[in-house]
Design a protein around this ligand. Structure first.
Ligand code: GDP
Ligand code: MG
Length: 489
């Protein structure tokens, strides 16, 4: 079962019912606020009942601080104090976090047995009263206002919940068409190039690793200066069509292309030529992501005009028509009223049809252009509600322009933080978040384990997404790519 995250998680259960074990198997140590542990910090040890008041004072402070930052907080106490429990629920509400209560329903006899084997067992009458309290509490919880009430009935069975999904470098390969069992193809977008002294070797190793890890393709950004959300302006960002030519020389099965080429950088005919050449060199493994461009600074720096939105979007339409005209069979003249070419002599011819992926989410024009002229539309969101909405708008445009929606694939750009386990995920969040609050950064990057992202990809597939272009901030070299193999299978 998947719990909301971030969330408040309040445990309820008698001593020995397995609360701490359950929490420890699922959450990072700093996320668990335990009255026993705090008794050991404010007092002489977990059983120092004289330190209870201090321990609970600390506990309330920590819970409030974490919830206020939007961080997952697991409250590990008996959970039977109704006033405290409702207080935590209210604090989660005002922090805007979902609230989960987890009731341990371990059989009484099992609790007694475990209690008896402990260093300092709880006295038998105390345990009996805890067990009775938890039993009578159960029906109250349903009406208390929790978003999720979880009953852990068979703790032993629930224990080996996979915290991390083991990944082998070569073992996991998706189907030949490279659709994972979650239902999407995953293309690696390489956006950072920490290639050290040997750029070509680095590119080769990363690309081979992507092939080995089962990615469906490699996409390169098309920017003249590294964009601020990815890196610093003085970090390398290579010209993609030149770079894709180098990747074409590797013996892989990857599709290769840009995400996205701005129409403002090159005349459309030159992009048509580059893509047709790449298709010829790779036996048809080429795609073109294309967009209207958005970053004025890189245009100015490289002496390129940056016309107003409306003109760039007009150009986007003309560019796609030009690509298609030049890639079409024959050399005949082309005139569709918008684009006029006296001949369409473009050799080498593409070795297979080249998918055109229209980048951008502008509802009025970009999505309409994608509906009219694209093979796919790349959306920059993986949020369920936003995605549902954008896909509906795209479908409406398809209906308006008389295009079969099945002919316009939905792809998304996904920028996740991916970790081996919860601890690793949070170490990465801390490393990359800069000054963004951790909870906000984790939410934006969907920070999670491979298993979390696989579950998310299955949801994206249900929403109609066919391909996920994924770029992670941790892509330092081939090992980091190999570690992502679990995402593609
Ligand atoms: P708490 O008092 O509710 O926090 O319970 P603990 O998590 O400390 O567990 C009490 C004892 O039961 C410990 O010795 C655990 O190792 C053991 N235990 C907890 N959960 C399980 C479980 O799911 N299966 C088994 N076999 N033992 C468990
Ligand atoms: Mg405990």
């Amino acid at each position: 079962m998947r719990l909301p995250d971030p969330a408040l998680v309040v445990l309820v259960g008698a001593s020995g019912s397995g609360k701490s074990t359950w929490a420890g198997a699922r959450f990072r140590a700093p996320e668990i606020v335990s009255s026993d542990a705090l008794r050991g910090i404010a007092g002489s040890g977990p059983h120092d009942l004289d330190a209870s008041e201090d321990a609970f004072g600390l506990l309330e402070t920590i819970v409030a601080a974490r919830l206020g930052r939007g961080l997952t907080t697991v409250v590990d106490t008996l959970g039977t104090d109704t006033v405290r429990r409702r207080g935590w629920l209210a604090a989660a509400r005002s922090a805007g976090l979902p609230a989960v209560v987890v009731v341990m329903e371990t059989p009484d006899a099992e609790c007694r047995r475990r209690n008896a084997t402990r260093d300092r067992p709880v006295p038998a009458p105390v345990l009996a009263s805890q067990l009775a309290t938890v039993r009578t509490l159960r029906p109250d919880l349903e009406g208390e206002g929790w978003d999720v009430v979880v009953a852990v009935t068979d703790a032993a069975a629930a224990l080996p919940d996979p915290v991390a999904e083991p990944v082998t470098r070569s073992g996991r390969r998706p189907a030949p068409d490279r659709v994972g069992s979650h239902g999407v193809r995953v293309v690696l977008q390489v956006s950072r190039f920490p290639w050290g002294e040997d750029p070509l070797a680095w590119l080769g190793e990363v690309t081979r690793a992507a092939d080995g890890a089962g990615f469906a393709g490699v996409a390169l950004m098309d920017h003249l200066i590294q964009i601020p959300t990815v890196g610093r302006a003085w970090e390398p960002i290579p010209e993609p069509w030149v770079t894709l030519g180098a990747l074409a020389a590797l013996d892989t099965e990857l599709e290769l292309g840009t995400l996205c080429t701005p129409v403002t950088f090159r005349p459309a005919g030159i992009t048509a030529k580059a893509a047709a050449t790449l298709s010829a060199l790779t036996g048809g493994r080429c795609f073109v992501g294309i967009g209207a461009g958005w970053w004025e600074r890189e245009h100015a720096a490289f002496g390129l005009p940056f016309p107003p939105d409306r003109d760039r979007l007009d150009e986007l339409e003309r560019a796609i028509l030009t690509l298609r005209a030049l890639w079409a069979a024959g050399t005949k003249a082309y005139d569709d009223g918008e684009v006029v070419l006296p001949e369409t002599t473009c050799y080498p011819r593409p070795a297979a049809s080249i998918p055109v992926i229209v980048g951008g989410s502008g509802e009025r024009r970009t999505l309409r252009i994608a509906a009219r002229l694209g093979d796919a539309c790349n959306l920059r969101t993986t949020d369920t509600e936003q995605l549902r909405h954008k896909v509906a708008v795209l479908r409406d445009h398809c209906a308006a322009v008389g295009r079969d929606p099945a002919d316009v694939a939905v792809t998304v750009l996904d920028l996740p933080v991916v970790g081996r386990d919860r601890d690793d995920v949070w170490a990465r969040v801390e490393r990359h978040r800069g000054r963004t609050p951790a909870a906000a950064y984790a939410a934006r990057t969907r920070a999670g384990t491979l298993a979390d992202h696989r579950a998310r990809y299955a949801e994206l597939a249900e929403l109609g997404v066919s391909t996920v272009f994924m770029a992670t901030p941790d892509l330092d070299g081939p090992d980091a790519v190999a570690d992502l193999a679990g995402l593609t299978a």
